[in-house]
Design a protein around this ligand. Sequence first.
Ligand code: PRX
Length: 654
Amino acid sequence: MTIDNSSMESVSHEERKFSPSSEFVDAAHISGDKAYRALYEKSIQDPEAFWAEAAGELHWFRKWDTVLDGANAPFFKWFDGSRTNLSYNCLDRHIDAGLGDKIAIHWEGEPGDSRDITYAQLHIEVCRLANALKVRGVQKGDRIAVYLPMIPELAISVLACARIGAVHSVIFAGFSADSIRDRILDSETRMVITADGGYRRGKVLELKKIVDEGVMTCDCVQDVIVVKRGGDHLVDCPMMDGRDSWYHNLVANVDDNCPAEEMDAEDLLFLLYTSGTTGKPKGIMHTTAGYQVYSYLTSKYVFDLKQDDVYWCTADVGWITGHTYIVYGIMQNGVTQVMYEGAPNHPDEGRFWEIIEKYKVSIFYTAPTAIRAFMKWGNDWVTGKDISSLRLLGTVGEPINPEAWIWYHKMIGAERCPIVDTWWQTETGGHMLTPMPGATATKPGCATVPFFGVEPAILLDDGSEVEAGILAIKKPWPGMLRGIYGDPQRYKDTYWCKWGGKYYFPGDGARCDEDGYIWILGRVDDVVNVSGHRIGTAELESVFVEHQDVAESAVVGISHEIKGQGLVAFVTVIDGRDQDENLRNELVAMIDKGIGKFARPERILFSSDLPKTRSGKIMRRILRDIAEGKDLGNVTTLADPTVVEDLQKQYLKA
Ligand code: PRX
C-alpha cells in the first residue's frame, strides 16, 4: 500500500490547556493525572493482570484459561476458555443486583412521542424477540441484518441476537438498497429486521421498501421481520407471504424469558461493514469476551459513569459508536440513557437542548460536525434552555477544530465540563486515545493520551519513530477487530503488514507534542470522513464508472466548514458524450442508489482527462489542491500539465 502523506495537514500549535475542576477530579473514577499514569503503567507492564481485573467486574459462566493468546498473531484471542454473554451482562446482571426498575432508555421519537423502558422491561422485550427468532429457526452463528431507525427495537434486536448467539450486522438506515444487498450477500444473512418507516426531519423514510428492493436478489434471506414504527397510517407497507412477518405479532406469542446462550470467548458477536481503500466495504468482525470487557471499561472510565448519570450519545446504532457507546458499553454499566430518533433541527434547532433539559442529561457525547452546525445556528437556541445538569462532554468521529471545541466548552459545558475527544475506529471496538476526564488536562482539538493497555507510536514507513507521521498501535487490546468477514488475508494485508506484521496500522496520521499528547491529523489513505461518516473514495469511483458515458473518475476529500470533509468528484467523460447537468443528475442518482444520499459529492467536475504521472498514476494531491483552490506548486512530473490548467479553469467557473 502506498501512503499519501500529503493529506496530513499540520494542525496549529494550540497553546491553551484546560484542567478538570478539583470537584470533578475528587469524584472521578480515575482521579488526577498521577492516578492515570500509575494505572496506565500497570496496564502496559502487565496487561494480562490489568485486563483480568477489569473482566472480574463482569459476569462469566466460565472464567478464562488465558487472558491473551498471541500464538497465531495477528489472530489474537482474548479470555480464551471463558464463556459469557453480552446481553446477560447488559441486562440480567443489573436485574440480579436489584436494579430492574431503573430506567435503561428514555426514548424520544422525532415527532415527540416517547417511551421509558426499565432494565427489567428491556430484559423482557429482548427475551421475547430472542424467543421469536428461535421460533423462526434462527440458530447460533446465523447472521441477521438489522436495518432500523433509532427506535428501542434497534437496541432490542442487537441484544436479542447477542442473547442467542446470532451475529448481528446492523446497516445504518441511510444506506441504499444496493448497499443492503452487498452486505447481505457478503455475509449470507438469513434474516432482516426492519421497520415500515422511520422519521427524519419531519419526513418518513420508507425503510421496508428499501429492504424489499435490496433483498430481491438475495436467496439467502428467508425472513423479514417488520417493526410497525408509526401506527397504521405511517406508510403503506406491503408484506410478502411466507417471508415477511410483523414484529409485534411474533413477540406476542412467546415466552418472556430466554436463557442467555453461553458463548465462547471468540464466538462472533457482530459484523459491521466499514469503508476502506477499495470499492468493497469490509465486514469488520468483533467477537465476544474481549469486546465485552473493552466496551465496559472504556465506557466506565472515559465517561466516568456513575449510577445516577443520565447519558446521551447522539450517534446512530448503525455505526460503531452506537454499538459500543449506546448499547454494549453503556448498558453493561447499568446507567440510564437517552435515545433519540431524529434530526437535531426538528422541529427547530433547539431540539437537543430541550432533550437535555427534559431528561436532565449529565453526559453528552456527539460529533464535531454537529457542534459546528450548532455554532452556525447561533447561541440563542441554547441560552433559553436549562442544560446545567451536564457534567461531562465528549466528541467522536473526526478531528474537532479548536474553534468548535472552545464553543462546546463555553456554550454547552459552561467552562465547567471536561471534554473527552475520543479517537478510535470501527476496527478498534472502543476508545483508544482520549483524555481521562478527571485526570487529563485537555487541549482544544487534541485526543491527548492512550487508554489503558493501548501503546501508540508515531512512525515513518520504515518503522522509525518520529514526532509527526503515521499512527501505529504496538500492542493488541481486547476490543480489537478479529478479522474481515470471509477474507483473513485482507485483514492481515490491511492492518498488519505495514510494519512487518508487528504493529496495527489504523490509517491515520498523527503528531506528538511536547507534553507527549497525540494529535490526530486525519487519514493517510483514500478514506474520507464526511460528517463523521467514513467513505472510501474508491466506492464512489466504482459507482461512477458504471455509467456508460464515464471513462474514469477520481474522488477526493476537501475540507468543509460543517461536515469536516466533503467529497469532490472529477469525472472523465467519454469523447463525444454530453457533459451537462443531465449527466450530473444521473451520477448523483447513482450515488444515492449505490451507496446512500449521505455520500453525495459537493461537486462533480467533468474533464477530458485526469492529471497523471508519466507512469499513469492519478495525482490525487493535485486534484485535492484544485478542489481546495490551493497553489499547485510543481506539476512538471505530470504526463500532460495542460490537463491541470483545464480543470482549474473549470473549477473556478463552476
Ligand atoms: O480518521 C479517524 C476518524 O474516524 C476514523 C474512524 O472512523 P469509523 O471507523 O467510522 O469510526 C468513527 C467512530 C469511532 C478514524 O480512523 N476519527 C474518529 N475519531 C476521531 C477521529 N479523528 C480525529 N479525532 C477523533 N476523535
